[in-house]
Design a protein around this ligand. Structure first.
Ligand code: AHR
Length: 658
């Protein structure tokens, strides 16, 4: 048995003896008998604007309620100075601007000394970084020229940490947009933006905005680079968007409508975020969807990080946990048309209506959409009836688009059984299964897919996360136990990669000051981001996915929990290496002899990536982002009879060159 010694993150195995109480096992890995190909896009991401994932999160806008469209128009704003009655007035031009009716009229002609201004609190404050430029922009209409906007970033003590001036340039009729950039002089996690109106005059303001210049790819009005980077680091195979329940809406009027999220941002019609009021224990009254991150940006994000886009559309039903409204079948046409138009938006020639819009927005090339989800967590015959109408219309026009259909909210039970059987009869392409369960469920279900029908639909393990307490409990933690149980379960997913072709953890992001649902894969605050142990499990799968599944057995049986061990193996034909994953939930280490059938010898140096903690309650945090994180080292193995050692409570990836 061997003692492991680390040299930096990649070290050399130098000596022996791991533990005197280690167990011994022999796994047979049939390297020469692949059972199927691994979908190169198998391991992906589930994105939903929950927990301030989009607004207040990855969408880098710092001003909250920038166009005064929240239910309370001045939510997030305070007045500054001595404003006489009527000096600051929210006006509503509903008749001719139905999508963005409100704006702020500022009149300083009767203001006395002391100045007049407004201050925005940001989303739980604004994360400001020293030395970075901030891009302020505003749409305005000068009614009586004379007002200059003096801008200040202030920290929580009121100290100014950035200054700028915007002097409206044009007196032309109509609305103009103007921008100015200024540098921050200090870092602060919860700053505010003050706007002082200097001089005498009258001006209308809308879309008051502040972005950091260091957005992803430096795109103005873009995404938070650190949040995109941590996604890109997973090398995700697909990006599912925009949810989740948000697709369904509390009622149909609040459902996600992709067409309202594309085109000029000032015309994207905001709606309340359904997570605003979903949980009485986590109310978030300032949570709305501005759609600065709209469908164009989702497609662009997917492309940027090398992921296949997987949009999910409303199927004509609102959330069945809320109003459960359904559109009458004879009124489903606009919903179907949205689906067909979305395919045209993503893939159509620039001469088509929606393809042209994509080109006008800056992407003449198609986005190469191959999959489309119809409905999220919908169930019952009412879903099946509506889905059938979508299926007919989509397949008639776009036979190559794979349809992803919901199997409801749970991985078993009456609803699941009904849907699973109905969807198989409908010859559905892909069935989306969700499981939010206790860690024990994940350990106990590592063989779930071993007997799935190989000739039927493919499976999308579309939303899963081990719940340390119970589903959606605010006390759930992303601790090592939950991550280890997912790692164990996913050996069963990988072993069955010929039938489970897509997999994603959910939800993706949680803001430490603005979440509604826990656990989440990645947590952020206004300045930083960290991956949970669960994130590292997902990443180890997605970055070590191989090309072909190969059988891994212990005495002829899959390794799925006996003696606390769970294991799977894939071959990477391009690199001529076998990748073996082993989760050990036992308190003992284990020595595993590897019998690689069909291979006479292997290279003596192999890579071992280990994720472990002796403390099953351990979590990562903003201050300790790497408490549970992978360590890599080179190990030496016997050329003909390689063996490896796995520590107690560990998840391991071994990469052995053949
Ligand atoms: O991931 C959080 C929610 O869980 C999703 O919105 C929904 O699909 C599921 O119930």
């Amino acid at each position: 048995m061997k003692q492991l010694t680390y040299i930096g993150t990649i070290g050399l195995l130098v000596s022996t003896v791991f533990s005197s109480i280690a167990q011994n096992h022999e796994f047979t890995v049939a390297v020469d008998q692949p059972t199927g190909e691994v979908n190169p896009h198998m391991w992906g991401l589930f994105f939903e604007d929950i927990n301030m994932g989009a607004d207040g999160g990855i969408y880098a806008e710092l001003v909250k309620n920038r166009s005064f469209e929240f239910f309370r128009p001045m939510m997030g704003w305070q007045t500054l100075g001595n404003a006489p009655e009527g000096a600051l007035l929210v006006l509503n031009r509903q008749e001719d601007h139905a999508h963005n009716p409100r704006f702020l009229r500022v009149n300083t002609t009767t203001a006395g000394s002391g100045g007049v201004g407004v201050s925005n609190e940001g989303f739980r404050g604004m994360g400001i970084k020293e030395g970075l430029n901030y891009d302020f922009s505003v749409m305005y209409h000068q009614r009586q020229p004379g007002i200059t906007l003096r801008l200040e970033l202030v920290d929580s003590a009121g100290l100014v940490i950035g200054r700028g001036m915007l002097e409206p340039q044009t007196e032309a009729d109509g609305w103009q947009k103007q921008s100015v950039s200024f540098r921050a002089t200090a870092t602060h996690p919860k700053a505010r933006l003050n706007i002082w109106f200097e001089g005498k005059g009258e001006i209308d303001l809308d879309m008051i905005s502040l972005f950091p210049e260091d957005t992803w790819k430096g795109r103005p009005g873009g995404l938070r680079a650190d949040m995109v980077q941590i996604l890109a680091d997973m090398k995700p195979g697909f990006l599912r968007f925009p949810g989740g329940c948000i697709v369904e809406g509390y009622d149909l009027s609040q459902r996600f409508q992709w067409k309202k999220t594309v085109g000029p941002i000032e015309e994207r019609q905001m709606v309340i975020n359904r997570w605003n009021f979903e949980f009485r224990h986590r109310p978030t009254p300032d949570y709305f969807q501005t759609f600065g991150l709209g469908f164009f940006e989702y497609f662009q994000l997917a492309e940027d990080i090398g992921a296949e886009p997987l949009p999910i559309l409303n199927c004509g039903m609102a959330c069945q946990f809320n109003t459960a409204e359904a559109v009458p079948l004879d009124q489903l046409d606009p919903y179907i048309q949205d689906a067909l138009d979305l395919i045209e938006f993503a893939n159509g020639a620039i001469t088509t209506t929606w393809g042209k819009l994509r080109a006008d927005m800056g992407h003449p090339e198609p986005f190469n959409l191959h999959m489309l989800g119809v409905g999220n967590e919908n169930w019952g015959p009412q879903y099946v009836e509506r889905l059938a109408v979508f299926q007919k219309a989509i397949k008639e026009k776009y036979p190559n688009i794979a349809i992803v259909a919901s199997s409801g909210t749970d991985p078993n039970g009456e609803r699941f059984d009904y849907l699973d059987s109905a969807l198989r009869k409908m010859d559905m392409d892909i069935i989306d299964e969700h499981f939010y369960r206790h860690p024990d469920w994940f350990f106990d279900n590592a063989t779930r897919y071993d007997d799935y029908d190989r000739s039927g639909p493919k499976i999308f393990a579309g939303e899963y996360a081990a719940q340390s307490v119970r589903i959606a409990s605010p006390d759930n933690k992303n601790n090592w136990l939950t991550a280890l149980s997912e790692a164990a379960f996913l050996t069963g997913v990988e072993r069955n990669a010929d039938v489970v072709t897509l997999a994603s953890y959910a939800p993706l992001f949680g803001h430490v000051d603005g979440w509604q649902w826990t656990p989440d894969l990645i947590w952020v605050d206004n300045l930083g981001v960290y991956g949970t142990p669960n994130y590292y499990v997902q990443r180890l799968y997605s970055t070590n996915k191989g090309t072909h599944v190969v059988p891994l057995t212990d005495q002829g049986k899959p390794v799925a929990g006996e003696n606390g061990l769970f294991a799977s193996a894939v071959l990477d034909k391009n690199r001529n290496e076998v990748i073996i994953k082993v989760a050990n939930r036992d308190e003992k280490s284990a020595t595993i002899q590897l019998n690689l059938s069909g291979t006479r010898r292997v290279e003596t140096e192999a890579l071992h990536i280990e994720l472990r903690s002796d403390d099953l309650d351990r979590v990562n945090s903003i201050n300790h982002p790497s408490a549970v994180s992978p360590h890599e080292r080179i190990i030496s193995v016997d050329r003909r009879r390689p063996s490896v050692v796995v520590a107690p409570y560990s998840f391991n990836v071994f990469k052995i060159k053949l």
